[in-house]
Design a protein around this ligand. Structure first.
Ligand code: NDP
Length: 297
C-alpha cells in the first residue's frame, strides 16, 4: 500500500481563497478584519512565522498591525499593550507570538487577551467552551488537522483516534475536536506505556510530539490516516539541515492510508486557520453573535 499524500498546501490555499472572498464581501459593508501581531525579541523562527502570517493576512484582505518589541519588554508592558488592543474597534484578533522571553509571564499575557479577540484560541474561556462543546474559537493547528482529516475521512464517527502529545495548544484541543466528531479518542504522552500497541489499533493518528521519527512506520495500523504535526530541524547529511515531522515518513508511506508531509502538511493549515479565526472574530464583532460565520470546511 502507498499512502495518499494529503496536500496541506492546496487545502490551505483553498481555505485562504474562501477567507479572501468573504473578506471582499465584508468590505462592501465597510468592514475590514484586523489582526494585531505582537512579536517580542529577535527569535529567527518566530520572525519567519510572523512574516508568513502578516503576508498571508494581507493577501486575504485582512489588515495587520505589527508590534515588534525589544526582548527587554516585561509582563506589565505586554499586558498594557494587550489591553490597548482589546479596546480598539479596528482590531478583531490579537496574536501574541510564542514563545515569549523566559522573563515574561506568558500565561498572564494570554489571559489578558479579550476572549472575543483570542484568534489563537489559547484563552481559558475558549479552551473551556471547546471542552464543553460550546461555540469557541478553536486553536489553529488542531483545527487545521481536523480539516485535513476530513479531506480523506468525511465520516469519522466511531473511528479509533490517537493523539500523541497533550499540550494545551495542540494535543488537548485536538482530542476535544476528535471527540466532538464522535471518534473514540486516546491521548498519549511521554509516560504512555506500549505506544506501538495503541498505534496498531488506531485508525487516525495525530502526532504532536516534537521528536523526529518518534512514530515508526511499522507501528501503524494498515490504512490509518496519519497527521504529522511535528516540525523538527535535523542535519540532512550534507552539512545542511532539513525539516522533518514526528513520524518516520518513508516507513509510514508504505503502511498508512493517508499521510501529511512535512513540510507542506499541517504547517500551511495553521496560518490559514488563523485567518479564518480573524475573519470570524470580525464578523461577530460587527454583525453580532448570530451572524453566519465562514465554515472551516
Ligand atoms: P510540547 O512540547 O508542548 O508537547 C509535546 C508532547 O509530546 C507532550 O505532551 C509530551 O508528553 C509528548 N511526548 C514527548 N515525548 C514523547 C514520547 N516519546 N512519546 C509520546 N509522547 C511524547 O509540543 P507542542 O504540542 O507545542 O508541539 C508538538 C510538535 O508540533 C512540535 O514539533 C512543534 O514544533 C509542532 N508544532 C507544529 C505546528 C504547525 O503549525 N505545524 C504548530 C504547533 C506545534 P508530556 O506531556 O508527558 O511531556
Amino acid at each position: 500500500m502507498t499512502a495518499t499524500i494529503i496536500d496541506g498546501k492546496a487545502v490551505a490555499e483553498h481555505l485562504r481563497t474562501r477567507v479572501a472572498a468573504r473578506t471582499a464581501t465584508l468590505a462592501q459593508q465597510a468592514i475590514v478584519p484586523g489582526l494585531a501581531v505582537v512579536l517580542v525579541g529577535e527569535d529567527p523562527a518566530s520572525q519567519v512565522y510572523v512574516g508568513s502570517k502578516t503576508k498571508q493576512a494581507e493577501a486575504a484582505g485582512i489588515r495587520h498591525f505589527d508590534h515588534r518589541l525589544p526582548v527587554s519588554t516585561n509582563t506589565a508592558q505586554l499586558i498594557s499593550l494587550v489591553q490597548e488592543l482589546n479596546a480598539r474597534r479596528d482590531v478583531h484578533g490579537i496574536l501574541v507570538q510564542l514563545p515569549l522571553p523566559a522573563s515574561v509571564d506568558s500565561a498572564a499575557v494570554l489571559a489578558a487577551i479579550d476572549p472575543a479577540k483570542d484568534v489563537d484560541g489559547f484563552h481559558a474561556v475558549n479552551a473551556g467552551r471547546l471542552a464543553l462543546g460550546q461555540e469557541a474559537t478553536v486553536p489553529c493547528t488542531p483545527l487545521g488537522c481536523l480539516i485535513l482529516i476530513r479531506q480523506v475521512l468525511p465520516q469519522m464517527a466511531g473511528k479509533r483516534a490517537l493523539v500523541i502529545g497533550r499540550s494545551n495548544i495542540v494535543g488537548k484541543p485536538m482530542a476535544q475536536l476528535l471527540l466532538q466528531n464522535d471518534c473514540t479518542v486516546t491521548i498519549a504522552h511521554s509516560r504512555t506505556r506500549d505506544l506501538p500497541g495503541i498505534c496498531a489499533e488506531s485508525e487516525i493518528v495525530v502526532a504532536a510530539i516534537g521528536r523526529p521519527k518518534a512514530v515508526a512506520g511499522d507501528w501503524l495500523r494498515p490504512g490509518a490516516v496519519v497527521i504529522d504535526v511535528g516540525i523538527n530541524r535535523i542535519a540532512d547529511g550534507s552539512g545542511k539541515t532539513k525539516l522533518v515531522g514526528d513520524v518516520d515518513y518513508a516507513g509510514a508511506l508504505a503502511r498508512a492510508g493517508a499521510i501529511t508531509p512535512v513540510p507542506g502538511g499541517v504547517g500551511p493549515m495553521t496560518i490559514a486557520c488563523l485567518l479564518l479565526n480573524t475573519l470570524n472574530a470580525a464578523i461577530r464583532a460587527h454583525l453580532g453573535a448570530k451572524a453566519e460565520l465562514l465554515s472551516p470546511y
